[in-house]
Design a protein around this ligand. Sequence first.
Ligand code: HPA
Length: 266
Amino acid sequence: MSTAADYLHPLLSVKPKIAVVLGSGLGAFADSLDNAQTIPYHDIPGWPQSTAIGHAGKLVGGTVEGIPVAALAGRAHLYEGYTAQQAVYGIRALHELGVESVILTNAAGGVNRDYKPGDLVLISDHINLLGQNPLSGPNDGSLGPRFPDMSEAYNKLFRATAKAVGAEMGLNLVEGVYAAVPGPSYETPAEIRYLRTIGADLVGMSTVPETIAANHMGMKVLGISCVTNHAAGVIDQKLNHTEVLEVGERMKSTLIGLLRDLCRTL
Ligand code: HPA
């Protein structure tokens, strides 16, 4: 076992089946778990610390109506100076603990002109523009194959289930392609036009390393983007992180409701 899994295994009173990774400003779900056990990242051996504003930096184990869940409030990004390998440390540790499915959430800019701040979009596929891959280097065959398939990186059945669960809550969950960029500067309008041309609907600075590592290990992934802003140049307005966090805060109860229903259903 990795040192993190070794540390967490005796500590967690639940054996999580589902992990939920919470993006910028979207951490509130972690505090909604029943029988919650909070473990700060700085207590877990080897775990990258969250330095980004809006990321609490804690693992919360608990249940949602009896379903054992681990929530990660805060993740490691490449713009913090972490490598793609470090960014997937947590997801690999959770896999060792028995997690089979992961819900990855993020805050994203809307590249698709139909999206508006506050929309929740199911990620159908991604474009990796990070310039890094967490699987670079020698392959650990105990985790997965050298050349893992990525043709359904975001599980189709999970997306269909999420649409049905969302519809029951009155949400119209559409699907979109997420482009991951390294950041931390936001994109220029020209870069957003480029992303739209190559087929992206959403842009953000996370999620893709975790999706790659999860697929490598045979885990099923559901990706949910919270559109926090129109991407650069879509409207005549400058971008800032405060706005991103504010929209995340505004979406708090909707997202908690959706994530709780998904934990029960997936
Ligand atoms: N670009 C990149 N990442 C983001 C954005 C954006 O517009 N909004 C939230 N995360």
